[in-house]
Write a protein that binds this ligand. Structure first.
Ligand SMILES: *[C@@H]1O[C@H](CO)[C@@H](O)[C@H](O)[C@H]1NC(C)=O
Ligand SMILES: *[C@@H]1O[C@H](CO)[C@@H](O)[C@H](O)[C@H]1NC(C)=O
Ligand SMILES: *[C@@H]1O[C@H](CO)[C@@H](O)[C@H](O)[C@H]1NC(C)=O
Ligand SMILES: *[C@@H]1O[C@H](CO)[C@@H](O)[C@H](O)[C@H]1NC(C)=O
Ligand SMILES: *[C@@H]1O[C@H](CO)[C@@H](O)[C@H](O)[C@H]1NC(C)=O
Ligand SMILES: *[C@@H]1O[C@H](CO)[C@@H](O)[C@H](O)[C@H]1NC(C)=O
Ligand SMILES: *[C@@H]1O[C@H](CO)[C@@H](O)[C@H](O)[C@H]1NC(C)=O
Ligand SMILES: *[C@@H]1O[C@H](CO)[C@@H](O)[C@H](O)[C@H]1NC(C)=O
Ligand SMILES: *[C@@H]1O[C@H](CO)[C@@H](O)[C@H](O)[C@H]1NC(C)=O
Ligand SMILES: *[C@@H]1O[C@H](CO)[C@@H](O)[C@H](O)[C@H]1NC(C)=O
Ligand SMILES: *[C@@H]1O[C@H](CO)[C@@H](O)[C@H](O)[C@H]1NC(C)=O
Ligand SMILES: *[C@@H]1O[C@H](CO)[C@@H](O)[C@H](O)[C@H]1NC(C)=O
Length: 647
């Protein structure tokens, strides 16, 4: 039996962390005066009304005629890896989500990542976001902390507290990768970064240490985050152009070329434009031909809409109830991908992956009732499959702090963290399911079928693996408890025959509005504050008999639901194998048996010290040495600074 040590930790070092830098604050905000809601956004209980059943309703019976092999199928995507959906983690929330230092790793995180690794073979995580712009290396921090924040009053021209990190950040990431096969993207501002605009010091440690310590687990280095917003965010002057960005990218290339501590020099990622510039504006500078030998991938970032008005008074108010239906049809994903089709084609001509480096349902934290709902999960899954069909090679769902609605996962608020476990947002399931849609062979190709008269409320996809029809993905965005909107897709195979039976996994919830009661193949991760990262309940894979004589399989799809039909007899994945709870390296180790943990609400067993709910450093320190100390994140009392951030 695997005995692992148990840790759960939150950040806090009052001296250096009295503020939290969020990456989800829109431009132009200069005041800290944001109202604290009673419940942090990540736990908001808003439930919207599901959109009305369309009138006229789509047909509830239709046939999908599929080629048995990919030969002759036009418009198939390029091969898509099971790692397609990864996570983009704002640098400022690493301590909360990953752990305080390389000796303390959040176990629910390991489990959540392991679930995906089990299906895809690996997990891709990007560490960066707007806070990477201000990040810099320091030799040490108290308590071997991997990450902290600079005090606000240091010699920083913008008064922006930078994220500061130590070598331990890389050990923390490496240690996570030693448990789960996580591959990392790191972020770097351009060579002459603001506020560190001194070209004599490129601050390349994140690249040097990243390469040295992560080795093969480092995928690439993002150079610049949303450069099309630099002018708006006062990172650069108002004439900052795509050519300026391309030039700065070149300065970075030169700086890395000159750095003997950077062995790998062809792993850069750009331009990560967010929609203010089109990617073409960057391509037209000659960016790709100039830097093709330095590039690992081409990237963009995009959110479909924003929810900036309620908190910041920016833009216009988008009523979540009104917006909901915009997320619950196939037009959304198609329209989001369309502006990038030219670029994904260009990326193919130079053999580079094209990545959606940061996305989620809406900037400024998403929408209450949408981002965290079953409907939001169906949306994200359709958007992901559509990106894959559009020849993206990966997409990172953004993860912020307690103050956003769209997190795939959230660590509990600190003053209650001794009672509660994690919370999983519905879109985590989207990432997990996508890993099963594509699997671990790197050979899956996906086709948008546009069946049932291109019914936007029930899109369907076929997935070919090793050149053979392997799976069919079926959506039903409608909520209709009467059962009248359940549809039956008839699958028939051209150039072959359907198997005698197929396995189907259903993604279900009573309504697109619900946040709980969400199951994937009968299992759930649990509701708010209940998640330790392991699936609960009995796996339920539905076997449906087919009619080989008629060459048909009839697949019912309730309203709402997503169904993944396995046409080949492959092993269906059961539950997470990553053993429960835990891990630590080093001396100060507590080990806890899974069974103990299981009966202790996961976190409150008496055998180990769970630490303080105080945010005072002295209190936290006093508990060190008693076993596992828990550091309190001043979650609810966060001072949200007025930073000029994009999301
Ligand atoms: C959820 O968010 C909405 C919009 O910000 C707010 O009006 C509502 O009070 C929040 N609900 C809870 C329980 O915090
Ligand atoms: C890592 O962090 C924990 C909790 O903050 C602390 O107790 C421990 O001493 C740190 N590890 C090292 C090696 O300092
Ligand atoms: C974790 O990181 C520490 C450095 O802080 C290192 O000594 C230790 O070997 C690592 N453990 C694992 C399992 O990689
Ligand atoms: C760096 O920025 C500061 C503050 O904006 C400015 O005063 C200084 O001249 C800049 N240095 C260089 C080398 O551009
Ligand atoms: C903006 O900055 C660039 C250097 O990045 C400089 O060449 C240009 O003159 C500046 N433009 C203005 C209007 O200040
Ligand atoms: C695709 O992008 C290239 C490079 O920017 C541009 O020259 C071309 O016109 C674009 N094609 C379309 C159809 O947009
Ligand atoms: C579908 O969604 C798009 C945007 O995502 C929206 O513009 C359109 O109105 C929606 N269609 C319907 C019928 O709701
Ligand atoms: C994706 O790439 C393939 C191979 O180049 C191409 O046939 C297909 O049309 C592309 N798909 C889209 C939606 O552009
Ligand atoms: C899939 O691709 C990844 C990244 O190139 C590679 O590490 C992995 O081994 C590949 N898996 C298979 C089954 O080929
Ligand atoms: C969710 O499940 C619980 C218990 O199974 C049930 O009481 C509750 O009514 C369900 N909620 C919805 C919205 O169906
Ligand atoms: C398994 O899932 C199917 C399809 O949703 C459902 O009809 C059946 O009742 C479930 N079986 C169990 C044991 O939950
Ligand atoms: C946690 O902190 C919040 C905000 O300060 C407060 O409203 C809540 O009551 C606290 N919860 C507990 C259990 O102390």
């Amino acid at each position: 039996m695997l005995l692992l040590a148990f840790w759960s930790l939150w950040l806090l070092d009052v001296a250096t962390a009295t503020v939290t830098v969020y990456g989800q604050i829109p431009m132009g905000i200069t005041s800290a005066a944001t109202a604290q809601t009673t419940v942090a956004a990540a736990y908001n209980t808003t439930v919207l009304n599901p959109p009305a059943i369309p009138d006229p309703p789509p047909a509830t019976s239709f046939t999908l005629t599929l080629q048995s092999t990919s030969a002759g199928v036009t418009d198939l995507s390029i091969p898509v890896p099971g790692t397609f959906f990864g996570f983009s983690v704002e640098m400022s929330v690493i301590t909360q989500l990953f752990g305080t230092n390389s000796s303390y790793i959040q176990v629910p995180l390991l489990n959540l990542l392991a679930n995906i690794q089990e299906r895809a073979g690996a997990v891709h995580v990007r560490v960066g976001g707007n806070t990477q712009e201000y990040a810099y290396y320091v030799p040490t921090l108290p308590e071997e902390r991997a990450i902290s924040k600079e005090s606000a009053d240091t010699n920083n021209p913008t008064q922006t507290p930078a994220v500061i990190y130590t070598m331990d950040l890389f050990y923390l990431l490496a240690n996570i990768s030693s448990h789960v096969n996580v591959h990392w993207y790191l972020g770097k501002f351009s060579a002459t970064s603001v506020p560190f605009n001194d070209t004599s010091d490129f601050r390349l440690q994140i690249v040097e240490y990243g390469e040295a310590i992560l080795g093969d687990h480092l995928l690439g280095i993002q150079v610049g985050n949303e450069p099309d917003l630099y002018a708006a965010h006062d990172h650069r002057n108002s004439s900052y152009s795509p050519q300026n960005y391309a030039n700065e990218f070149g300065e970075m290339v030169d700086a890395l070329a000159a750095d003997s501590n950077v062995p790998v020099k062809n792993n850069l990622i750009g331009p990560s434009v967010s929609g203010t510039w089109t990617p073409e504006m960057v391509w037209d500078t000659g960016f790709i031909t100039e830097y093709v030998d330095n590039l690992f991938a081409l990237s963009v970032e995009h959110y479909p809409t924003d929810n900036c008005f309620p908190e910041y008074g920016i833009g216009v108010y988008h009523d979540p109830q009104v917006e909901f239906s915009d997320f619950l049809n196939h037009t959304s994903g198609v329209a989001l991908c369309e502006p990038y089709l030219n670029s994904t084609a260009i990326a193919q001509t130079v053999g580079k992956p094209f990545l959606m480096f940061e996305t989620n349902s809406a900037s400024c934290g998403g929408f209450p009732g949408i981002s965290d709902s079953f409907g939001g999960a169906l949306w994200a899954l359709d958007y992901g499959l559509q990106m894959a069909y559009s020849n993206f090679s990966g997409a990172m769902l953004h993860v912020g702090g307690q103050n956003v609605y769209y997190n795939p996962f959230t660590a509990p608020p600190t003053n209650v963290s001794k009672y509660y476990e994690w919370t999983v947002g519905a879109v985590y399931y989207s990432a997990l399911i996508a890993s099963e849609v594509f699997g671990s062979t790197n050979t899956s190709q996906i086709l948008d079928l546009h069946g049932n008269d291109d019914n936007i409320y029930g899109p369907q996809y076929a997935i070919y693996e090793h050149g053979a029809l392997a799976r069919v993905a079926l959506f039903n965005f409608i909520t209709d408890p009467s059962g009248a909107s359940t549809y039956t897709a008839t699958i028939t195979v051209n150039g072959g025959t359907v198997p005698s039976s197929v396995n189907v996994k259903y993604f279900l919830s009573p309504s697109v509005s619900t946040k709980d009661n969400i199951t994937w193949a009968g299992q759930t991760l649990g509701t708010i504050h209940e998640v330790d990262g392991r699936f609960q309940g009995t796996l339920n894979v539905t076997t449906i008999a087919c009619d080989t004589g008629a060459n048909t399989c009839l697949i019912p799809v309730p309203a709402p639901a997503f169904a993944l039909v396995f046409l080949t007899s492959e092993e269906t994945i059961a539950t997470a194998t990553f053993a429960t709870t835990v891990y630590t390296a080093g001396a100060n180790t507590a080990t806890v048996e899974a069974s103990v943990l299981a009966t202790s609400n996961g976190m409150s067993g008496a055998d180990w010290e769970l630490g303080s709910t105080s945010n005072e450093k002295s209190a936290a320190r006093a508990r060190m040495g008693t076993g596992v100390a828990r550091y309190v994140f001043a979650g609810a009392a966060l001072v949200v600074l007025g930073l000029a951030f994009g999301h």
